[in-house]
Design a protein around this ligand. Structure first.
Ligand code: DAH
Length: 349
């Protein structure tokens, strides 16, 4: 009997030890758990139907009736201590999560992804094409790497002409250049088409030049019109309409005699300086006028290269720098800004 009683006593003792050991481990875990799903795992592991504490409590039935309440009290106390710790952990985790929830205001509009837009040169090029498009000019495109023949020869620019100077032209080989202007497109179009012809050709051109008003690559738009009975008056009318649409009806303009090998007579078109209004400033070199394009009646020599009969047909041509037009339109005084890719500049247009 005494032996039995001692064995029972040690059983009771071991079970109590086991419960207290479990309490200690469970509290450690409950106090350090950081998220609710892990907390639920712990609840199931200790207090669930098959949980550790639950299965210990099931063993109470094996004890002698007088011992059950002793161990039972311990087990119940541990159970409520774990339930309490569980509740506290739940509060702790929820309150830690709350500030993050508050920081997210779901009523705010979404963040807009950064969106680009067309380069100012592209925008103005489009505007130029639209204006001439309305007057019946068709837009054509051609190569940047050009034959000497189209860039010079067929435009009546002989071998010894200063425009061929190495200072101006990028040569790829003896007969191939980076086009120095868009005028070769005149020849390319006339070669393939009989009059009437009315085209504009926008694109990149290249010259060995670089300062505040020159870049080695820039853009031009070429215009060409050929038909029976075309006069210098048609040229003036067309370009006047263009200036009015691009810079405004009130813009002062003048045609000034000039020279180009592929036109006769030749002119340059000036507009009143948009910066100073004509009183004189740095931009217009204190003349009050700014040149925006070269033009003229196509020289019969050029028609000879493409097989047009100058006794039947006549026409005009013009060529303008898009950077120049854009600078005047927006009051920009440094051409290099177009090619620096500085967003603070580009985003203003
Ligand atoms: N190609 C000339 C240049 O780059 C501009 C030019 C002048 C074009 C007269 C023309 C023209 O079509 O008729 O300076």
């Amino acid at each position: 009997m005494s032996m039995d009683s001692r064995a029972d006593q040690s059983d009771v003792h071991a079970l109590q030890e086991q419960i207290l050991e479990l309490e200690k481990r469970a509290l450690d875990e409950l106090n350090s758990v950081r998220d609710l799903s892990r907390l639920e795992d712990l609840r199931i592991a200790y207090l669930g139907k098959k949980g550790l504490l639950t299965s210990i409590m099931k063993q109470l039935g094996n004890l002698a009736p007088e011992e059950r309440p002793i161990v039972g009290r311990v087990a119940n106390r541990v159970k409520s201590s774990l339930l309490e710790a569980l509740e506290k952990a739940k509060e702790r985790i929820s309150s830690a999560e709350e500030p993050e929830l508050e920081a997210l205001d779901v009523t705010l509009p979404g963040r807009e992804p950064p969106r680009g837009h067309l380069h100012p040169i592209t925008q103005v090029q489009g505007e130029i094409c639209k204006i001439f498009g309305r007057m019946g000019f068709r837009v054509v495109d051609g190569p940047d790497v050009e034959l000497d023949y189209y860039n010079f020869e067929a435009l009546n620019i002989p071998k010894d002409h200063p425009a061929r100077d190495m200072q101006d032209t990028f040569y790829i080989s003896e007969n191939i250049v980076l086009r120095t202007h868009t005028s070769p497109m005149e020849v390319r179009v006339m070669e393939k088409q009989t009059p009437p012809v009315s085209i504009i050709a926008p694109g990149k051109v290249y010259r060995r030049d670089s300062d505040v008003s020159h870049t080695p690559m820039f853009h031009q738009v070429e215009g060409l019109l050929v038909d029976k009975g075309v006069t210098f008056g048609d040229l003036k009318g067309t370009l006047t309409s263009f200036v009015h649409q691009m810079f405004g009806r009130e813009t002062g303009m003048r045609f000034r005699p000039s020279f180009f090998p592929f036109t006769e007579p030749s002119v340059e078109l000036d507009i009143r300086c948009v910066i100073c209004g004509g009183t004189g400033c740095r931009t217009c070199s204190f003349t009050g006028w700014i040149e925006i394009l070269g033009a003229g009646m196509t020289d019969p020599e050029v028609y000879r290269f493409v097989g047009y009969d100058p006794e039947i047909y006549s026409g005009f041509a013009f060529g303008m720098g898009i950077e120049r037009v854009t600078m005047l339109k927006h009051g920009i005084d440094d051409i290099q800004l177009f090619f620096k890719n500085d967003m603070r500049f580009s985003m203003q247009f």
